[in-house]
Design a protein around this ligand. Structure first.
Ligand code: C5P
Length: 309
């Protein structure tokens, strides 16, 4: 059958743990992180075209690069090279990529990486490349450290710069989250640089996986999970964006079981007891006027998946 377009739905991520080690020689930091995909999705549609192009609509569309630097287009080019190296056929022309965004841009939820992962999975389907998920992840890692996780989804432990993944053993229960989107952006490299400045003169230990967090995930224990959430990028994010402290406090005062800056921020997330509690928390946060908007989401969510094509 001749496929004219493929649409892939891809989740945002939060980091339940983000332990950052010393700065490496290649400019990245060694990490141990626990990625968790949540039900806030971008949709990415690819279709054959004369040349590569990208259009972006929805949440924060104006701030997404629409030229060759766009991460989804970089993913398309990386996959084309990988397919050619394996003697496959990625078509003669280009690809038109249409991104419909709900994941905030530069919000600490890996929205750009999610779009890159979706573009990989969509072009893989369009070109019938036959690459394995592991091979797609390897191509994705060239584009960004968080891209492989957006391909995989679920809950996973990330090491290296975040691209080396192992699925986490977790109980089959869903967790319920509230996301508070901020009025502003925090570029990831700036947050990592600020962490390095805050740590100047200190001996930075190698990061380690939290046993408490992994036990809480295995048991599906909400209160233990809330107590074990941690993020080394929270302090630098708060120093760059002090208003986030009020957001975190407002969620805790409203009864959240845990509250954390998501990745490099400025999105904050809150753990609720159940779906109903998540709605109550969302209403309270919205009423407190401590963020631009709120959303509820459940996790773990599946990774980038074809929804039409
Ligand atoms: O891999 P990605 O391009 O998404 O990373 C964006 C930036 O975040 C890097 O250029 C680097 O400044 C910082 N980073 C880091 N250590 C990591 C991941 C990202 O310092 N493990």
């Amino acid at each position: 059958m001749f496929v004219t377009s493929v649409t892939v739905r891809v989740p945002a991520k939060i980091n339940l743990q983000l332990a950052v080690g010393p700065l490496r020689r290649d400019g990245y930091h060694g990490l141990v992180t626990v990625f968790h995909a949540v039900s806030l999705f971008d949709d990415v549609t690819v279709a054959p075209a004369a040349a590569d192009s990208v259009t972006v609509t929805g949440e924060g569309a104006g701030s997404v690069p629409a030229g060759p630097d766009n991460l989804a287009l970089r993913a398309v080019r990386a996959l084309r090279v990988a397919v050619a190296e394996r003697g496959g056929d990625a078509g003669n022309g280009g690809v038109a990529v249409a991104i419909s965004k709900r994941i905030p841009v530069a919000g600490g939820m890996a929205g750009g990486s999610a779009d890159a992962a979706a573009a990989l999975v969509a072009c893989d389907e369009l070109w019938c490349t036959g690459l394995t998920q592991q091979e797609l992840c390897t191509v994705g890692a060239e584009v960004g450290s968080d891209v492989p996780f957006a391909v995989l989804g679920g809950t996973a432990v990330g090491r290296g710069r975040g691209e080396q993944l192992a699925p986490a053993l977790a109980s089959p229960v869903s967790f319920h989250w509230v996301l508070a989107f901020a009025d502003g952006h925090l570029p990831t490299p700036t947050v990592f640089r600020t962490l390095d400045k805050l740590r100047a003169g200190q001996q930075v230990p190698e990061p380690e996986l939290s046993n408490e967090l992994m036990a809480a995930l295995r048991a599906g224990a909400v209160d233990d999970l809330g107590a074990a959430l941690s993020n080394d990028l929270q302090e630098p994010a708060l120093s760059l964006f002090p208003a986030l402290r009020k957001t975190l406090d407002a969620g805790l005062e409203a009864g959240a079981r845990g509250a954390l800056v998501s990745g490099s921020g400025p999105t904050c997330y809150f753990l609720a007891r159940d779906a109903r509690h998540a709605t109550d928390l969302a209403v309270a946060l919205s009423g407190a006027g401590v963020c631009r908007s709120v959303a509820t989401a459940a996790g773990p969510a599946p990774g980038a998946s074809v929804v039409a094509g």
